[in-house]
Design a protein around this ligand. Structure first.
Ligand code: HEC
Length: 428
């Protein structure tokens, strides 16, 4: 795990110049703290959780004179509010076009900064209420889910349903948690003529068996998109999309040296299938010769069995449809993942029994709303993908937005509104 230092270094310099002092310090000063190669938390979202809050002084300044913190503060203090520039960026992000002349004039003609602020904020509200915002959100969720319909191919599985549903929740100010808990109408259609989402259940293939709807977790388009051996890619999709970091998903308090490395997982090593509990295991997840498979697969294997029965076209079938990558490509079976008697789990000590309880566990995980808010932040600040570009955000930066998001019923639209009106967005 050498992610830590690299992560901080690469993302240390904000692409959007508008950062709070605390954010800047959190990123820059936290480097040594999280940069050790042994640190199993390297690169995780909590890199910046060092107690700073936006606007506060960094308490651990190391002496008098011109500290790096003071230098950074000087740079950040030189940022100037520019509502014209903010409008330009906001319009591209929220309406997918440059601002109109009329909009530009509204800022220009405002008497002073206070009036410009009022004009700018009114325009953010207008853009969020406009039909273009729905289209922008559909695109945002297609990008986030990496899914979308391309013509009428791929056995007609609907790959627009999940992004449409996420966009509908956002635009209509509904709870983000419905992504994991909704029991019907998770494949809405969108009509651009009158800017409406029409609630629609997901169409099922003729050879599919009936199963409960659990938010987007049972979405045929996503199941199809992320079809791969042993269903691990589907589990990975959930982890990276909604928790914002790659496997390993969690870390033990006390890592255990083992084989060529260290077992860092939080679940018991032998709670998954491998040579130590099943000598004829088809895949040995206890292997420690080169890498410690269990570091990732402890969590992966406690979830994958829920995702076995969807085929490559996203149709739910009666038995496993995904393969084990060994000669003959046999269908995967539960025993390939977990020993007899071992239950499913979202995390260590977070047991689940079925897709609905997985949805509940995801909805109850505090890392999930944090990920949603951080994604919005990155979108506004043009920081790239939070997982693949390693564009992690120090928690201290987004904490105020997160608090409001969770207290206010998880309405992502309000977070978008807040971020686009924030000082971080309007200062350059
Ligand atoms: C750093 C985390 C990590 C480690 C360590 C790891 N895996 Fe995986 N593994 C994954 C993820 C994530 C996937 C899903 C990848 C995808 O399909 O996008 C996966 C997929 C697989 C697959 C299906 C691959 C395929 O053919 O599609 C097998 C089999 C597998 N892992 C076995 C192992 C074994 C055995 C080890 C140890 C030697 C191991 N893994 C170590 C994270 C890990």
């Amino acid at each position: 795990m050498k992610k830590g230092k690299g992560t901080m270094r690469r993302t240390g310099w904000p692409f959007h110049s508008a950062w709070t002092l605390a954010a800047f310090i959190a990123v820059t000063v936290a480097v040594p703290a999280c940069g050790s190669a042994e640190d199993p938390n390297g690169g995780r979202l909590d890199d910046g959780a060092n107690g700073n809050t936006p606007g506060s002084n960094n308490p651990d300044g190391t002496g008098s004179g011109s500290t790096p913190e003071e230098e950074i503060r000087k740079i950040l203090d030189q940022r100037k509010t520019d509502y014209g520039e903010a409008l330009r960026t906001a319009s591209l992000k929220l309406a997918d076009r440059l601002p109109s002349l009329e909009q530009i004039k509204r800022i220009e003609n405002a008497a002073d900064d206070a009036a410009k602020k009022v004009a700018y904020e009114a325009m953010v509200d207008e853009m969020i209420a406009a039909p273009e915002f729905s289209l922008v959100m559909i695109k945002f969720w297609k990008d986030t889910f990496r899914v979308g319909q391309v013509g009428n191919i791929q056995n007609n599985v609907n790959r627009d349903g999940a992004p449409n549903f996420a966009a509908q929740l956002t635009v209509e100010g509904r709870s983000y948690n419905e992504l994991f808990t909704a029991t019907t109408n998770t494949c809405p259609t969108y009509n651009g003529d009158d800017n409406t989402f029409t609630p629609t259940p997901c169409a099922q293939a003729t050879n599919a068996v009936a199963g409960p709807t659990v938010g987007i977790l049972t979405d045929p388009g996503l199941q199809s998109q992320y079809y791969a051996n042993m269903a691990f890619r589907r589990v990975r999709f959930v982890q990276e999309t909604f928790v914002c970091n790659k496997f390993p998903a969690e870390f033990a308090e006390a890592p255990v040296p083992m084989g060529a490395g260290t077992y860092t997982g939080a679940m018991p090593f032998k709670s998954i299938t491998g040579a130590e509990n099943k000598p004829d295991a088809r895949i040995d997840f206890h292997d420690t010769k080169a890498v410690i498979c269990a570091n990732c697969h402890a969590n992966l294997n406690h979830l994958a069995p829920l995702f076995l029965n969807w085929d490559e076209n996203g149709a739910l079938r009666n038995g496993p449809q995904v393969k084990v990558p060994i000669p003959g490509d046999p269908n995967a079976a539960r025993i390939d993942f977990l020993p007899e008697g071992e239950g499913l789990a979202w995390r260590a000590n977070k047991p689940i029994t079925d897709m609905a309880s997985l949805g509940q566990a995801i909805a109850a995980d505090p890392d999930v709303p944090r990920c949603a808010v951080n994604r919005v932040w990155n979108y506004a600040m043009s920081r790239g993908d939070i997982v693949n570009d390693l564009a992690s955000v120090p928690n201290s930066v987004t904490q105020p937005y997160l608090d409001k998001f969770t207290a206010g019923g998880m309405k992502l639209k309000e977070t978008i509104r807040d971020v686009f009106k924030s000082e971080d967005f309007t200062k350059f």
